[in-house]
Design a binder for this molecule. Structure first.
Ligand code: DOR
Length: 431
């Protein structure tokens, strides 16, 4: 591999604007930026003609299933899918077996992640073994580099524990308590959104109020303690309104939404079957509209996928018994571009903000999502905004096939990905 790359002919697109310039990548950094053609001959030429050169995408919610769930994904296949999706940094969720709740396991995961084509970070649990009984050792985990703490998959039900977690991390710069916001007793046994479709199918529903109950409580606790609170995969209009008001009041709260909650509704579950099942569930058209409005006024700070692979066998058991979760890391950028940028709902600046700049700030990943300046670490995505393709579950990189976008026609696709200064995806293929 040549030790320098020249990205030629692209439009540099960041969250604050665009300029047509070439980039020289050398020694892992953006070494020079120059007029089109001025850097030719300085390294291997990477074609960015008719493409956007963006800071690499940052997905702050992925389940790579290492350790313990490697039949559905592992850190190597997960990171490979991320790279193909233009994701140069991601944050793994700790609902692994065993739970990532201690420094030893954090270090093991980071060691494995360092050998992949994506800058894989990990969160750690809020409570030991995610049992909701005892808080983890926050100072030790923080010192090992962990910034995101979450019991994702389950909520921290106990308000006293939640207050303790927010209190314990309030003065740790960059640390955040991320909540899977569904009150347990309200959603127990629930399969999909409580509403018209659950009624029609005779299934127990998961009510949207279960999200509002937790978000309202946690906002109050964040305000009381001064801790930083983040709502994972926010899915309802009610929670969006609560976060909007909390931000206006100055509470330290951020939120994220998945591509699927921005595009699909409970009506899609019948078509998708168990691939359309996740927690929190796909909601209603009104919720989708409220979430989209939340993107525009920055009530919602980031798009993250909750990439949640489950093996074909695990998902084959029908809607009621199938585990919740959907693939997402490889398709995130194309889905958001097709569904929200191409129709003119989001600008290219907002796209970069939501997929790169802002999630990197939420998870304190300082090397990613920047303004593409000389001296910055080179984590870049070259994205062809016009490339048309059709999602095929079987050709995605994941070990699993539970995509909510089977056979979907998309516009826009990652052409090249550069992570840590190295070309890791070239012309849509892993290097
Ligand atoms: O649907 C989901 N699946 N939601 C989560 O929060 C966890 C995830 C998983 O781990 O499969």
């Amino acid at each position: 591999m040549p030790d320098s790359l020249v990205i030629v002919g692209g439009l540099l697109q960041t969250s604050s604007g665009s300029r047509r310039l070439d980039i020289l990548v050398k020694d892992g950094l953006i070494a020079e930026i120059g007029e089109s053609g001025s850097l030719l001959g300085r390294g291997e030429v990477i074609d960015a003609s008719d493409a956007l050169v963006m800071p690499g995408f940052v997905d702050i919610q992925v389940h790579f299933r290492t350790p313990g769930g490697e039949e559905s994904e592992d850190i190597v296949t997960g990171a490979a899918g991320a790279a193909l999706g233009g994701v140069t940094a991601c944050v793994m969720m700790p609902n692994t077996v065993p739970t990532i709740d201690n420094v030893e396991l954090v270090n093991d995961v980071l060691r494995l992640g360092a050998r992949t084509p994506c800058d894989v970070r990990t969160s750690a649990a809020i409570t030991v073994d995610r049992l909701g009984e005892r808080l983890v050792d926050f100072p030790k985990l923080y010192a090992s580099g962990v910034r995101v703490f979450t019991d994702d998959g389950t909520v921290v039900d106990d308000p006293v524990l939640m207050e303790g977690a927010l209190q314990a991390t309030a003065n740790m710069p960059g640390a955040v308590i991320s909540q899977h916001a569904e009150e347990s007793t309200m959603v127990e046994g629930g399969v999909i959104n409580e509403g018209a479709v659950s009624q029609r199918l005779g299934l127990k529903g998961r009510p949207s109020e279960a999200e509002a109950v937790i978000v309202q409580r946690d906002i109050a606790l964040a305000a009381k303690t001064g801790g930083r609170y983040h709502v994972l995969h926010m899915s309802t209009a009610e929670a969006t309104h609560l976060v909007r008001s909390a931000k206006a009041a100055g509470t330290r709260v951020t939120s994220e939404v998945t591509p699927q909650h921005l595009v699909l509704t409970e009506e899609d579950v019948e078509r998708l079957g168990s691939s359309g099942k996740m927690n929190p569930p796909l909601r209603t058209g009104d919720d989708v509209a409220a979430l989209r409005a939340g993107l525009l006024d920055k009530t919602i700070d980031a798009i993250a996928t909750d990439h949640a692979p489950h093996s074909a066998e695990a998902k084959a058991v029908g809607l009621v018994d199938a585990p919740p979760g959907m693939l997402g890391v490889e398709t995130m950028a194309s889905v958001v571009w097709s569904e929200l940028v191409v129709p003119g709902f989001l600008s290219a600046e907002q796209f970069v903000f939501l997929l790169s700049h802002s999630p990197a700030r939420i998870a304190d990943i300082v090397e990613h999502g920047g303004e593409l300046q000389i001296g910055d670490p080179a984590h870049l995505t070259v994205f062809d905004p016009k490339d048309e393709w059709i999602v095929s579950a079987s050709t995605l990189q994941s070990k699993s096939v539970n995509t909510p976008w089977p056979n979907k026609q998309l516009t826009g696709r990652v052409r090249h990905t550069i992570c840590r200064g190295a070309l890791v995806v070239q012309n849509g293929v892993l290097v």
